[in-house]
Design a protein around this ligand. Structure first.
Ligand code: FAD
Length: 405
């Protein structure tokens, strides 16, 4: 048995690291320090079924509370790590307590970007969605007939819009860029998702930013938009992206870029400190990237666990992602970074569609909209390195299985 592993952050990656080590029969002492007051749970439903009220918290947790004691994983909840001392190999918590580590893992996740107080970001009724507490507060606002303004047309904003319409709210979504999903998806995908939201009565205003939120008695009441118009609102969701929680890494002098810089073994510039999940910046196909997804949090943490348990395999990220909006399931395989061409394929079912991304002629990612076959085929192609035959892709009647034959 080796010395203590301290994991800072009890989210998707932190839990996956501890669970994988135990699955590998690694018996070292493990302590997870988490700032939230609840046991580790998955976040995706917070902007989907949990917000809709269709999923209990018990179904969000990765394991029941008893799992931690049974597997000798110490869990310190409501505990925030304030400082890392790399020389002494200790972490200091906000109550002054100090804990020694032999190995440290940063699994601190990311934090939603907020609006500054100068534009009304500090008013009551202005929300972000990151944790259970946020979702619970938000759920209390989601009452039929209320007017919701969503700032930002990314996945979180669009998912919240879908939930709100389902619950009978009036929803306006503003997006400063030319179109929704600008940062993450092609125009073709954005066009489909916009049309779906239009048909559900969401008012989407692209190329429209926020000038200022107006408050009354400390609570948001209206929004002045960049086009000069003013709309009345009851509450606001800000979905303008996240920033990595890399302050601790900066404080203790680790190499940091857009997140904690790690190598292909999830190791930071200090060989006894690992970082994984949303907070880490990893090498990928000659680039350094940060991935904000369940896939990356789990796979990177599990790869790190294998290394800690004596393995030598590097982590080779195989990104995938999903988003649920109304009865639409968007599944993404691959990472469309730097794409220069897309191909749209109509699926066999009414409303199913896939958008295939290429860079310099090579297939790199697919967005599958209600089209599980396209998603599965795309994922298999990426895993195997086989280039899809474009004549098959372009023919809606062709069976995608032929792509892998
Ligand atoms: C609303 C929502 C919907 C999402 N939907 C999807 C989806 O559909 N598909 C998908 O693939 N991904 C989705 N994601 C992203 C996915 O949940 C994240 O990528 C994933 O949770 C990252 O895991 P993580 O462990 O890095 O961070 P987290 O799960 O955020 O965990 C980090 C934890 O560390 C704690 N922490 C931070 N600093 C400290 C400190 N100093 N001391 C102690 N504790 C600390 C935080 O409080 C938090 O509990 C969604 C995220 C959100 C918020």
């Amino acid at each position: 048995m080796t010395g203590r592993l301290v994991i800072i952050g009890g989210g998707q990656a932190g839990f996956a690291l501890a669970a994988k080590l135990r699955a590998l029969k690694d018996a070292r002492p493990i302590t997870i320090i988490g700032s939230e007051d609840v046991i580790p749970y998955q976040r995706p439903p917070l902007s989907k079924k949990y917000l809709l009220g269709e999923m209990d918290f018990e179904r969000l947790t990765f394991r029941p509370e008893s799992w931690f004691a049974e597997h000798e994983v110490e869990l310190l909840l409501s505990t925030y790590v304030e400082e890392i001392d790399r020389k002494a190999k200790t972490v200091r918590m906000q109550d002054g307590a100090v804990l020694e580590y032999e190995t440290l893992a940063l699994a601190t996740g990311s934090t939603p970007r907020t609006l500054p107080a100068s534009v009304g970001g500090d008013l009551d009724g202005v929300f972000t969605v990151r944790d259970k507490r946020d979702a619970d507060l938000l759920a209390g606002e989601m009452k039929p007939g209320r007017r919701l303004l969503i700032i930002g047309g990314g996945y979180i904003g669009l998912e919240a819009a879908a939930v709100a319409r389902h619950l009978g709210l009036e929803v306006t979504l503003i997006e400063m860029a030319d179109r929704i999903l600008q940062r993450v998806a092609a125009k073709e995908t954005a066009d489909v998702m916009r049309a779906i939201h239009d048909s559900h009565g969401v008012v989407i205003r692209e190329k429209t930013g926020l000038h200022k939120l107006i408050g009354e008695n400390g609570r948001v009441r209206a929004a002045e938009l960049s086009d000069g118009s003013t709309i009345e609102v009851d509450f606001v969701i800000v979905g303008i992206g996240v920033k990595p929680n890399d302050e601790l890494a900066q404080q203790c002098g680790l190499e940091v870029g857009n997140g904690v810089i790690v190598d292909e073994f999830a190791c930071t510039s200090d060989p006894s400190i690992f970082a994984m999940g949303d907070c880490a910046m990893l090498p990928w196909r000659g680039n350094r990237i940060r991935l904000e997804s369940v896939q990356n949090a789990v796979d990177q943490a599990e790869a790190a666990a294998a290394v800690l348990a004596g393995g030598t395999a590097p982590y080779d990220a195989k990104p995938w992602f999903w988003s649920d909006q109304y009865d639409v399931k968007l599944q993404i395989a691959g990472f469309n970074l730097g794409y220069d061409e897309t191909l749209t394929r109509k699926g066999a079912r009414e409303g199913s569609l896939s958008i295939w991304y290429f860079r310099e002629g090579r297939f790199i990612a697919v967005d599958a909209i209600n089209d599980a076959k396209a998603y599965v085929s795309g994922k298999k192609l990426l895993d195997s390195g086989i280039e899809p035959d474009r004549t098959i892709l372009a023919d809606p009647a062709a069976d995608l299985k032929q792509l892998l034959a």
